[in-house]
Design a protein around this ligand. Structure first.
Ligand SMILES: [Zn+2]
Ligand SMILES: [Zn+2]
Length: 257
């Protein structure tokens, strides 16, 4: 049995192919009590890529330590709300226990000045590289600015195998470029911030997705950053998917309580 297959059985990732895809540690919004913070990882060329690291993400990563066979950790941050960076400091500190030195831990956000401030508050200056240089990511990512609350949030567009993936982070709109790519059938998986209703304009109501996206490709939409009030049934009724959390069993259990 290959080690990959072993891993997929132990950690419950759906298929061997699934190991290379985005593995969600949580799919909830900042106030959710049913879901964990939205965060996802994948491994490519022995590099552990993590997108966002909210308050309860370190606990989930630490149970699996999926970076054990990796020689570099790269964390892409969408923005600086605590449900996206809350356990970043603990995560980075913990990596020194597993042989990662400063040069092998990279934190990325286009707003390097703000990222530096966060890293300083966490006391991490000696422990990682802080960058807004896409060339340091060892893989091609396009970073796309979005509107969210009182700050910008950044979505990430990248390829896995031959599939084009977009991970939105928090946003109140889908950038035109992403809408165009999706509606032309170019995007294989659209992981998108989805809420039920949003009178403040911070997140994307599910009803709005239907008006913007070409519903011919509805099965390529994966909803994430969910509020407790938005049920899986409602998401499926639109023809969309729920992002596949590796903690789904636990999340389902919470959802029933
Ligand atoms: Zn959030
Ligand atoms: Zn946010």
């Amino acid at each position: 049995m290959s080690s990959r297959l072993t891993i997929s059985i132990i950690y419950g990732t759906p298929t061997i192919k699934g190991w290379f895809m985005l593995n969600f540690l949580g799919i909830g919004n900042s106030f959710s009590t049913k879901h964990l913070n939205t965060s996802a990882y994948f491994i490519e060329n022995h590099i552990f890529y993590l997108i966002d690291c909210g308050e309860n993400v370190f606990g989930e990563i630490n149970k699996l330590r999926p970076y054990k066979e990796c020689n570099k950790v790269i964390v892409l941050l969408t923005h600086f709300h605590s449900d996206h960076i809350g356990s970043l400091g603990t995560f980075v500190f913990s990596l020194s226990n597993y042989g990662f030195s400063k040069n092998n831990i990279i934190l990325f956000n286009p707003n390097k000045k703000k990222l530096k401030q966060v890293v300083a508050l966490f006391g991490l200056f000696e422990d990682c590289i802080i960058t807004n240089d896409l060339n340091l990511l060892k893989k091609q990512f396009k970073c796309i600015k979005q509107k969210h609350y009182n700050d910008n949030s950044y979505g990430y567009l990248f390829k896995q195998k031959d599939e084009l993936i977009y991970f939105s982070g928090d946003t109140s709109e889908i950038p035109d470029k992403i809408v165009d790519l999706f509606n032309a059938g170019e995007i294989s998986k659209l992981y998108i911030d989805t809420t039920l209703q949003d009178s403040w304009g911070y997140h994307l109501p599910i009803s709005k997705l239907k008006t913007v996206l070409n519903m011919r490709y509805a099965d390529r939409v994966y909803c994430m950053h969910l509020p407790d009030e938005l049920t899986y049934e409602e998401i499926k009724a639109y023809g969309f998917n729920v992002a596949n959390s590796i903690n789904r069993n636990k999340e389902n259990e919470n959802a029933r309580n």
